[in-house]
Design a protein around this ligand. Structure first.
Ligand code: THU
Length: 144
């Protein structure tokens, strides 16, 4: 049976959320990314008693991807929470995803029940700052 992207991502993110370490927020999160090659990598949030050092699930999923196969174009990502209603990635994770997302990438969000909802990544992070900004700022004629 051929499964669609959202179904595969949801399964991987649900496997990861089981391992979420979220004793401080009580808000477990699972995330998964789908590469252009069709591979899926997942992660969960990992909190810390020093609160700001906690890691978001999306960061863990991207770290798993880069650690396993290096930087890849990501064509879809999914975030799952244990709440009834889906949540979109936080602002920081939108920027983390921006580094790898394909131009037409889709983000899915899922709660503990119902179908995932979807959104083009560019709608979640319009006018994004990215690698091309760095490249142009390093031109010798940038004027600074
Ligand atoms: N969290 C994520 O893992 N991803 C997000 O996009 C939003 C927030 C985590 C961080 C923290 O462990 C918990 O959810 C509550 O903010």
């Amino acid at each position: 049976m051929v499964q669609d992207d959202a179904t595969r991502l949801l399964r991987a993110a649900r496997e990861a959320i089981v391992h979420a370490y979220a004793p401080y927020s009580g808000f477990p999160v699972g995330a998964a990314v789908l590469t252009g090659a069709g591979d899926i990598f997942a992660g969960c949030n990992v909190e810390n008693a020093a609160y700001p050092l906690g890691l978001c699930a999306e960061a863990a999923a991207l770290g798993a991807m880069v650690s396993a196969v290096g930087a890849q174009r990501v064509r879809a990502a999914l975030v799952v929470t244990a709440r009834r209603h889906p949540s979109w990635p936080c602002g920081g994770c939108r920027q983390r995803l921006q580094e790898f997302m394909a131009q037409d990438a889709i983000v899915y969000a899922a709660g503990c029940e119902g179908e995932p909802i979807s959104m083009p990544f560019t709608r979640l992070l319009p006018l994004a700052f990215g690698a091309t900004d760095i490249a142009s700022s390093m031109r010798p004629d940038h004027g600074l």
